[in-house]
Design a protein around this ligand. Structure first.
Ligand code: SF4
Length: 351
């Protein structure tokens, strides 16, 4: 029987006993070889702790890109960066947005719907999209915003229109691989909280060139705030994006990072769910319990409608969560739906 080094055992015991992991603990766990037995134990421990916290439930989020154009954010990994994009402006029509929201909400099992747009965005158009979404989606689906840097007043307007949460990140190498300032990104996260919105953040977009120290610093930006959700996202080598030459980390490595973030954030009182982008089974057995279905344009895809390419639809999301052993889906009001074979049949999710 293999014996593990004392430091590894101590960190795992700490997590199992409900104590917070510090930066040094996270550094140690991230340095493990993702193929090692220790990394396997780490992933299993994170999964078990997160599942126990929430009666083995998972949630499905939907994201719709509603207004895209060459983006001044200029992120060198993103399909919309203004210097390398092939996209022209596409504003989704009311009819198209209505149809997409109805598709996402058809079985009333969507926890939250993100409306995504660019760094500089048209607030009037965006507010109309929020109002439409709030009108069409059931009250059990929350509406969330994925928009550029925004003032407290701007977030308050979104809140008044029906938005309850915001996805916002300070990216890895923000200001180096992007045109944006890290301090402005972090200020926007604070603005969202000050405007009374829930904050969902992520360590992203992770590539093979990022060091363990960079990951830890980025992960703790979220951990040191009152976040509602944390996540890890690997960078997709989008053809034509300047950083594509670095390639990608594996899903196994991503699952290890998910496990570390899940353990490090599990003790935050406001933290309820842990995400992984893009969805894959390894992450759902390593502490993740959020899956995202996507439609419209998406920063990781060269297609106008990611639902026809990289994006997963609701049926595939339900099926993946079932295969990964979750017992319940949660709606946005935290009510539970048993996730079993009958439910997959009823929701046409067995294909
Ligand atoms: S990641 Fe967001 S801010 Fe950066 S270029 Fe893409 S759309 Fe713009």
């Amino acid at each position: 029987m293999k014996t593990f080094c004392m430091q590894f055992q101590k960190i795992i015991e700490k997590a199992e006993n409900g104590y917070s992991l510090n930066r040094e603990d996270c550094r140690y766990l991230l340095q493990l070889d993702e193929k090692s037995l220790e990394a396997g134990i780490l992933r299993a421990t994170a999964s078990s702790i997160i599942r126990k916290k929430n009666e083995n439930s998972a949630i499905i989020l939907g994201q719709i890109g509603v207004d895209v154009k060459p983006c001044s954010g200029g992120c060198q990994f993103c399909t919309f960066g203004e210097k390398h994009t092939h996209f022209n402006r596409i504003q989704m029509s009311e009819d198209e947005l209505t149809k997409k929201i109805e598709e996402f909400c058809h079985y009333d099992d969507l926890y939250g719907l993100y409306l995504m747009t660019m760094h500089d965005y048209d607030m009037n158009y965006y507010l109309k999209c929020v109002e439409l979404a709030r009108k069409i989606a059931p009250s059990t689906t929350q509406i969330w915003a994925n928009v550029g840097d925004t003032s407290i007043e701007g977030y308050k307007e979104l809140h008044a229109a029906g938005v309850t949460g915001v996805y916002h990140v300070c990216r890895l190498r923000e200001g180096i691989d992007t045109n944006l300032k890290p301090e402005n990104r972090i200020q926007s996260m604070r603005n969202a909280l000050d405007a009374g919105l829930e904050l969902y953040t992520c360590c992203e977009p992770i590539g093979p060139e990022h060091s363990v120290d960079e990951l830890v610093d980025n992960i703790f930006i979220g951990i040191e705030m009152d976040i509602f959700q944390h996540a890890a996202m690997r960078r997709v080598a989008v053809p034509g994006a300047p950083l594509a030459h670095y390639g990608q980390i594996s899903e196994l490595r991503l699952a290890q990072i998910v496990a570390v973030i899940a353990l490090a954030s599990a003790t935050i009182p406001t933290m309820a769910y842990m995400g992984a982008h893009e969805p894959n089974e390894l992450c759902y057995t390593a502490g993740a319990n959020i899956i995202t279905a996507e439609s419209g344009a998406n920063p990781r895809d060269i297609s106008n409608d990611t639902a026809k390419n990289r994006g997963m639809d609701m049926a595939r999301c339900r099926k993946m969560l079932f295969e990964c052993g979750f017992d319940y889906l949660r709606r946005g009001d935290e009510s539970k739906i048993p996730l079993n074979f009958d439910y997959l049949m009823k929701t046409d999710s067995l294909q």
